[in-house]
Design a protein around this ligand. Structure first.
Ligand code: GLA
Length: 361
C-alpha cells in the first residue's frame, strides 16, 4: 500500500507545460492505494468513494473507455505495461481524503499512489521522478488531459516544511525551506465550490496556444523565449496574449524565490496578486467566485492570493498573517453569501510529505 498527497501551488501557474519553474508543495490530504496480485488476468478496481467497482480483463485495458475515476489508476497500469512491466491480474483498492474538483489534484494523488505501490510490489525500480513522468503520461495518453508535470512532481517529490522548486524543463528540484508557523503565517485554500472539469476544452486550448507559439518561433521550449524576442515576435493576437502571461509568470516565479529567501512575505503576497490578475485578465482561466475570494482576502488583511491550479473553478490560495486568517475566512464567506454564491470551504494547509510506501508484504 502506498499513499500520495494532493498539492497546492504557491506560484508558477500554467507554465509547467511551457517548461517553466513552478513552486508547488504537497498538502496533508492523501490518497491510499493498495495493490495485490490476483491469480487470474482480471483488473479489479474499487474505491471507498464509489459503490461501483470496475472489473475488466488485462487484455481489454488498452482500449477500455469506462468510468472516469478508474481511468487514472488504470492509465498508470497501462503505461507501466507499455514500459515492459508484466503484470498478472490485480486488485486495486483506493481510499483517500483528497477533495475532488477543488483544484488540489486528487487525480495526481491517485496516479502517484498507484504507481508507487506497483513499483514496490513488482520491484520495477523506477525513480520517484520517473514515476511522476509515468503518471503524467497516464493522464495525457490514457485519460486524455494534456497536463504538465507539476502535479505529479509535487505529489511524488515534496518534503514536509518545504516548497518544491521544480524545473519543468531540466527536471531539477530544489527544496526551499518554508515553515509557516515560524513566521506567523498561514496558507489558506478557499475552495470556490465551482467544480472544474479539466478534461474540458479551456485547459487544452491554453496548452495549444503555447504549443503553437513554441512551434511558430522554432523553439524547444517557451522557457527559451526572452522578453526582448517576445516583444518583436510575430504571433497571432490571442496566442500573443496567452504567451505574455507565460513570460511574466516565469519572471514572477524567479522574484518569488528571492522574496522567499529574504522572508519578504509582503512581496510574495504582491507577486501572488499579480499572478491572479494575469490569470484573470490575460490567461482568462479564473471565475467570478475566485476573483471575489482573492479581492476580499486582500482587503481583510491577507498579504496576497490568487486562483490556483488549472482554473475555471477549484481553489484560491491565500497567504496571510496568522492573526488575520479568521477574518479572511469570515469575510470571504459573507461576501459569497451576499453575492449569492455557494458557501465556500476554507482549509489551512502547510507543506507536507510526498508519496510514500505505507505497508509492504
Ligand atoms: C493543472 C495541470 C498542471 C498545471 C496546472 C496549471 O493542475 O494538471 O499540469 O498545468 O493545471 O498550472
Amino acid at each position: 500500500m502506498a499513499s500520495a498527497p494532493g498539492r497546492a501551488n504557491l506560484i508558477g501557474e500554467h507554465i509547467d507545460y511551457a517548461g517553466g519553474v513552478v513552486l508547488p508543495f504537497a498538502i496533508s490530504d492523501r490518497t491510499h492505494v493498495g495493490v495485490t496480485r490476483r491469480s487470474d488476468r482480471k483488473l479489479h478496481v474499487s474505491s471507498t468513494h464509489s459503490k461501483l467497482a470496475i472489473t475488466l480483463e488485462l487484455d481489454e485495458l488498452e482500449n477500455w473507455k469506462g468510468t472516469p475515476w478508474a481511468r487514472y489508476p488504470l492509465g498508470v497500469v497501462h503505461v507501466l505495461r507499455t514500459l515492459g512491466a508484466d503484470f498478472p491480474g490485480l486488485d486495486i483498492e483506493i481510499d483517500g481524503s483528497v477533495p475532488h474538483g477543488a483544484g488540489v489534484s486528487s487525480s495526481a494523488a491517485l496516479e502517484c499512489a498507484t504507481a508507487l505501490a506497483l513499483n514496490e510490489l513488482f520491484s520495477l525500480g523506477h525513480s520517484s521522478l520517473d514515476l511522476a513522468k509515468i503518471c503524467r503520461r497516464a493522464e495525457n495518453e490514457y485519460v486524455g488531459m494534456p497536463c504538465g508535470l507539476m502535479d505529479q512532481a509535487a505529489s511524488m517529490l515534496s518534503q514536509e516544511n518545504h516548497i518544491l522548486a521544480f524545473d519543468c524543463l531540466t527536471f531539477e528540484t530544489q527544496q526551499l525551506p518554508f515553515n509557516l508557523s515560524e513566521d506567523n503565517l498561514e496558507i489558506l485554500l478557499i475552495d470556490s465550490q465551482v467544480k472544474h472539469q479539466l478534461v474540458d476544452g479551456g485547459y487544452a486550448s491554453r496548452f495549444a496556444a503555447c504549443e503553437s507559439a513554441r512551434s511558430t518561433l522554432g523553439l524547444d521550449s517557451l522557457r527559451h523565449l526572452t522578453r526582448e524576442a517576445f516583444e518583436s515576435a510575430d504571433l497571432e493576437p490571442l496566442v500573443r496574449k496567452r504567451v505574455s502571461h507565460v513570460i511574466a509568470e516565469m519572471e514572477r516565479v524567479s522574484k518569488t524565490m528571492v522574496a522567499l529567501k529574504e522572508k519578504n512575505f509582503r512581496e510574495v503576497g504582491e507577486l501572488l496578486n499579480q499572478s491572479h490578475a494575469s490569470l484573470r485578465d490575460i490567461y482568462e482561466v479564473s471565475c467570478k467566485e475566485l476573483d471575489l475570494a482573492c479581492e476580499v482576502a486582500l482587503t481583510s488583511g491577507a498579504f496576497g492570493g490568487r486562483m490556483m491550479g488549472g482554473g475555471f473553478g477549484g481553489s484560491a490560495i491565500i497567504l496571510t498573517p496568522i492573526d488575520n486568517t479568521q477574518t479572511v475566512i469570515a469575510n470571504v464567506s459573507k461576501a459569497f453569501a451576499d453575492a449569492g454564491f455557494k458557501k465556500p470551504r476554507a482549509f489551512i494547509v502547510s507543506p507536507s510529505a510526498g508519496a510514500r510506501i505505507e505497508y509492504s508484504a
